[in-house]
Design a protein around this ligand. Structure first.
Ligand SMILES: Nc1ncnc2c1ncn2[C@@H]1O[C@H](COP(=O)(O)OP(=O)(O)O)[C@@H](O)[C@H]1O
Ligand SMILES: CC(=O)N[C@@H](CCC(=O)OP(=O)(O)O)C(=O)O
Length: 272
């Protein structure tokens, strides 16, 4: 029996939101089992994708002989760099992600965060970082409208400031802001490692306090830092768990999502 349109709409609204951030490190290496498990998750969640593209930006900057510089995982973005960032994230990478999903039979719509006020930002520190933004608003209504049409929104982490300046936003930061705006139940960071590692061991569950110590001890470094910091900032009364998972394998094992789970600290029965 086929479901009426209104029944389908009710069923969709009852599904919790899952935000999936696809790391640039993984975009061209996502496995068949990743896509299969994505389709499984799509039955249980309203999925929203935010993609990165750091390696592709770096490669094009090198080809063009433009010097790059990072501060705490954020790319210094001059006007010249911003042009490369915009064409890479909003052009090549966005099209690569949407065409890969389309090939797997997943209907999706690629959007730049600068479209329709989707991601609104302010400059963090123009002198030090140039055109790099932190998110101060998300047009969640626009994302909901796309979900209502049964398309997966695929968002590039470009944003605009109040006076219309395009800015570059770290994709982990953008994904966390989208998850918060949509009261998402889960946020997944899909990357090129099976989770947060301590030497060769995967850490299955961890808390904001442990993460702080792992950063200080140098166990967590480089590109993992913006990811775990965004994860910790994203934890809320709605979002109890953020996961770091690999895109080289299936995201799920049975009903359980594989990888490292970052969860709130529980103290004497109180979730903090
Ligand atoms: N404790 C850690 N566990 C796993 N990976 C780590 C850890 N600390 C740093 N990393 C690095 O973080 C990388 C993932 O971040 P990044 O390269 O920015 O990926 P993405 O493009 O997916 O956002 C890993 O490939 C690894 O080199
Ligand atoms: C401000 C800033 O650093 N923006 C990032 C945006 C892309 C990104 O975050 O991609 P990954 O997830 O692949 O690292 C950059 O320019 O590389």
């Amino acid at each position: 029996m086929t479901m009426s349109k209104s029944m389908q709409a009710i069923e969709r609204k009852q599904k919790p939101v899952l935000v999936i951030k696809l790391g640039g490190s993984m975009i061209n290496h996502l496995s068949e089992s990743f896509y299969k498990s994505f389709c499984e998750l799509k039955k249980r969640y309203q999925c929203v994708v935010v993609h990165g593209g750091g390696p592709a930006i770096t490669a094009l900057l090198e080809d063009l002989d433009i010097k790059g510089e990072f501060f705490e995982g954020l790319r210094k973005t001059t006007a010249e760099t911003l042009e490369v960032v915009t064409m890479t994230l909003g052009g090549t990478v966005s099209a690569q992600v949407t065409s890969a999903f389309t090939k797997q039979g997943v209907p999706c719509v690629g959007l730049k965060g600068s479209d329709g006020g989707l991601l609104q930002a302010r400059l963090i520190d123009e002198e030090k970082l140039g055109f790099v933004g932190e998110i101060e608003g998300v047009n969640g209504g626009l994302i909901q409208q796309i979900l209502e049409k049964d398309y997966i929104p695929v968002i590039a982490p470009l944003a605009t400031t109040a006076d219309g300046q395009m800015v570059n936003v770290n994709a982990d930061v953008a994904a966390a802001a989208v998850a918060n705006a949509l009261n998402a139940e889960k946020l997944l960071f899909v990357t090129d490692v099976p989770g947060i590692m301590n030497e060769d061991e995967i850490i299955e569950r961890t808390t904001p306090e442990e993460i702080e110590s792992m950063i200080t001890a140098g166990v967590i470094y480089g590109g993992m830092i913006p990811k775990v910091k965004s994860a910790v900032n994203a934890l809320s009364e709605h979002l109890h768990e953020v996961l770091v998972v690999s895109g080289e394998q299936s995201l799920v094992q049975g009903d359980v999502i594989k990888g490292t789970t970052i969860h709130q600290t529980v103290k004497e029965g109180v979730v903090k």
